[in-house]
Design a protein around this ligand. Structure first.
Ligand SMILES: Nc1ncnc2c1ncn2[C@@H]1O[C@H](COP(=O)(O)OP(=O)(O)OP(=O)(O)O)[C@@H](O)[C@H]1O
Ligand SMILES: C[C@H](N)[C@H](N)CCCCCC(=O)O
Ligand SMILES: [Mg+2]
Length: 232
C-alpha cells in the first residue's frame, strides 16, 4: 500500500507538521519516488497553501483538496454556510488516480478522527472505507492519554487500519515533561498500539531541514511504503 493517512485526536494536534515532516523526508531521501499530498476536505485556509509553499507538487489544487470550504469549521457546517453540500463521491476517484500516478500518497485528515466529514460520516469512517494505513497524532499535553485511548477505541470500532501513534509537542517540553504527560508504556498498554516516535516542538515548523530531522527519528519502517526494488 503506497498511502498513509495522518489523523489526529483533534484539530491542531499536529497532523500537518507530521504530514510535512514525512513528506520532506521522502523527498530528501527518495527523490526517485514521486509524492502526492492530499487533504480530501479542507475547511479554512492553511494546509493546502502550506503544502504548495513547501513542496513542488505535480498536482492541481483540486487534486490536493477536492473539497475546499472557506469557513474554519467542521466541513458539513462550513459547506452549509456556503449553500453547498459535501459530495464525498468526488473523493475516491481523486484518491485512486493519485495512488496510480505516485509512489507515495500522504493523506491528511480534517480535525480529529471523530470529526464529521459529512452529516453522516466521520474521518474514522473515511479511513475505514478507504482501507488505508492510518497513524494517530496525539499532542503532548495533560489529557493526552485519555485522548489517545478514546481515539484508538473509535478507530477500533470503525475498523480503521491503525498502524501507530505519533506524539507531538505543540509547545516546548522537557524530556521529563514528555515522559510525565505521555508515558509511552502506559499509552501502548492501554491502546495496544505502538508509539512510533515523538516530534519535539520545532523552532520553525515550516523549515524543511527541521522537518526532515524530526521525521528521521520516527519509526519509518512502519510509516513509509516499500519502494519497488529497482533492477537496472
Ligand atoms: N511539533 C511542533 N513544533 C512547532 N509547532 C507545532 C508543532 N506541532 C504543531 N505546531 C503548530 O501548531 C499549529 C497546529 O499544528 P498543525 O497545523 O500541524 O495541526 P493540524 O492537526 O494539522 O490542524 P488542522 O486540524 O487545522 O489541520 C500550527 O501552527 C503548527 O505550526
Ligand atoms: C478549522 C480547523 N483548522 C479544521 N480545518 C476543521 C476542524 C473541524 C473540527 C470539528 C469538530 O470535531 O468539532
Ligand atoms: Mg492540518
Amino acid at each position: 500500500m503506497n498511502t498513509l493517512l495522518i489523523a489526529g485526536t483533534d484539530t491542531d494536534a499536529g497532523k500537518t507538521v507530521v504530514t510535512t515532516a514525512i513528506a520532506a523526508y521522502w523527498q530528501r531521501y527518495y527523490p526517485q519516488g514521486s509524492l502526492a499530498l492530499m487533504k480530501p476536505l479542507q475547511s479554512g485556509t492553511g494546509d493546502r497553501e502550506l503544502y504548495q509553499r513547501l513542496f513542488e507538487l505535480k498536482q492541481s489544487p483540486e487534486e490536493i483538496t477536492p473539497l475546499y470550504f472557506d469557513a474554519p469549521l467542521a466541513p458539513p457546517v462550513a459547506a452549509h454556510r456556503e449553500g453547498r453540500s459535501v459530495d464525498l463521491k468526488q473523493l475516491w476517484p481523486v484518491f485512486t488516480q493519485l495512488q496510480g500516478r505516485f509512489s507515495f500518497v500522504l493523506v491528511e485528515g480534517v480535525g480529529g478522527l471523530g470529526s464529521p466529514i459529512s452529516w453522516e460520516l466521520t474521518v474514522a469512517d473515511l479511513a475505514h472505507d478507504w482501507g488505508i494505513p492510518t497513524v494517530l497524532v496525539v499532542p503532548v499535553r495533560l489529557g493526552a492519554i485519555a485522548a489517545a485511548v478514546a481515539n484508538v477505541a473509535l478507530a477500533r470500532q470503525a475498523g480503521v487500519r491503525l498502524v501507530g501513534i505519533i506524539l507531538n509537542c505543540v509547545q516546548p517540553r522537557s524530556e521529563s515533561e514528555i515522559a510525565d504527560l505521555t508515558p509511552i508504556d502506559l499509552i501502548e498498554s492501554f491502546t495496544q498500539t505502538r508509539v512510533l516516535g515523538t516530534i519535539p516542538c520545532l523552532e520553525d515548523s515550516h523549515n524543511l531541514d527541521q522537518l526532515v530531522q524530526v521525521a528521521s527519528n520516527l519509526d519509518l519502517e512502519i510509516l513509509l511504503p516499500r519502494l519497488p526494488i529497482w533492477n537496472p
